[in-house]
Design a protein around this ligand. Structure first.
Ligand SMILES: NC(=O)c1ccc[n+]([C@@H]2O[C@H](COP(=O)([O-])OP(=O)(O)OC[C@H]3O[C@@H](n4cnc5c(N)ncnc54)[C@H](O)[C@@H]3O)[C@@H](O)[C@H]2O)c1
Ligand SMILES: O=c1ccn([C@@H]2O[C@H](COP(=O)(O)OP(=O)(O)O[C@H]3O[C@H](CO)[C@H](O)[C@H](O)[C@H]3O)[C@@H](O)[C@H]2O)c(=O)[nH]1
Length: 327
């Protein structure tokens, strides 16, 4: 490992903080760059936190040079799909422009390894099967498009020989660290399990189910929910892959099977031991019917084996966090 440092942007956020912790636990030197727009100082333990913006070229160049950064893990982004529809420039500015500035700094400073947080939203409407990495990419909202643009920047730089990347396309991430020290406190959350856990903990009065007339067995959408700890481990493996001179990869991060919205909510009720107050509403614009990963490639290339592929564990850790939040 030597003197090398991993620069983690967005490391004070939900997923970045879980990854930072796994990196620190195995002895990596980590510097977190986060502007705290949706992140929390308390989420960063055992790593230096630099409060600043990924779009600040002078700052990121200085950080890379000063800390002997060998790998960038890039989580920092805006992530709320409906907000991206209302304010696309906010998303292109942060998720595309600032990512380009950051990657340019990598090239200037000889940082040749990049692990990038992408999303299943790059696939868009994906039919009723699973989606593989080479499935068509037709993102249906500015969030997905702004992330896909950054995928392309990395792909083109890899082709040009400037760096190697592992692009991880996360499916629906949920759950929290089992010991309750870090969790998901993202403000104005719109994600299903987060919202349901808040409702189960009494933080919100009730919740909506968006659409009950989809062509699925119970009429609600189907998603592939992955526990954040399994996702975090995929990043550690991606780092090892790049340090072992592995080739650039684009990988789905999911379990390869899905649950419907109603199946998830039934599990939330069972774990919480009380019914949720559910309002059955119209479809939410921009929701694909089904998004389930073909997850073969990540298992083959990184040897990734999930350890928390259990909806009950995902839901229980999410509810426990809401009941005992540290921040
Ligand atoms: N949560 C999911 O289900 C999910 C699914 C797919 C992909 N992703 C991707 O994972 C990454 C992390 O998402 P999350 O759920 O942890 O969200 P989050 O909002 O909790 O984390 C994002 C972090 O980035 C920081 N940040 C944002 N813009 C910044 C900037 N310009 N400079 C510095 N810091 C900045 C925020 O303060 C926050 O700490 C994002 O790239 C997101 O697109 C998330
Ligand atoms: O209160 C809610 C919240 C969600 N849903 C439904 O639950 C399903 C899942 O919705 P989420 O908002 O939890 O997540 P998405 O599937 O929209 O996820 C997309 O947006 C995420 C970020 O917001 C990630 O990027 C992810 O990869 C991308 O597919 C959808 O059918 C949605 O309509 C509800 O019924 N009620």
């Amino acid at each position: 490992m030597g003197e090398s440092t991993v620069l983690v942007t967005g490391g004070a956020g939900y997923i970045g903080s879980h990854v930072t912790r796994q990196l620190v636990e195995r002895g990596e030197r980590v510097v977190v760059l986060d502007n705290l727009s949706t992140g929390f100082r308390e989420a960063v333990e055992g790593a230096e936190l630099v409060v600043g913006d990924t779009g600040d070229a002078a700052l990121v160049n200085d950080l890379m040079a000063r800390h002997a950064v060998d790998t960038l893990m890039h989580f920092a982004a805006h992530t709320v799909v409906p907000e991206s529809v209302a304010d696309p420039l906010k998303y292109y500015r942060n998720n595309t422009n600032s990512s380009r500035i950051l990657v340019e700094a990598c090239v200037a400073n000889g940082v040749r390894r990049v692990v990038f947080s992408s999303t299943a939203a790059v696939y868009g409407e994906a039919g009723d099967g699973t989606v593989a990495e080479d499935s068509p990419l037709h993102p249906i909202n500015p969030y997905g498009r702004s992330k896909l643009a950054t995928e392309w920047v990395l792909e083109d730089l890899a082709t040009a020989g400037a760096l190697e990347h592992v692009t991880l396309r996360y499916f629906n991430v949920a759950g929290c660290a089992p010991d309750g020290r870090i969790g998901q406190s993202t403000p104005n959350a719109t994600l299903l399990i987060k919202v349901a856990a808040e409702a189960a903990a009494g933080i919100r009065a009730g919740m909506h189910v968006f659409g009950t007339d989809y062509p699925t067995p119970d009429g609600t959408c189907i998603r592939d929910f992955i526990h954040v700890e399994d996702l975090a481990h995929a990043h550690v493996l991606a780092l090892d892959h790049l340090r072992d001179a592995g080739a650039s990869l684009t990988l789905n991060c999911g379990y390869g099977h899905g649950y419907s919205v109603l199946e998830v909510l039934r599990m939330v009720e069972q774990v919480a031991g009380a019914p949720l107050k559910i309002n059955f509403a119209d479809r939410r614009p921009g929701d694909p019917v089904q998004l389930v990963a073909n997850a073969a490639r990540i298992r083959e290339t990184l040897g990734w084996t999930p350890r928390h592929d259990d909806l009950e564990v995902i839901v229980r850790t999410a509810i426990d966090w809401e009941r005992n939040r540290r921040y």
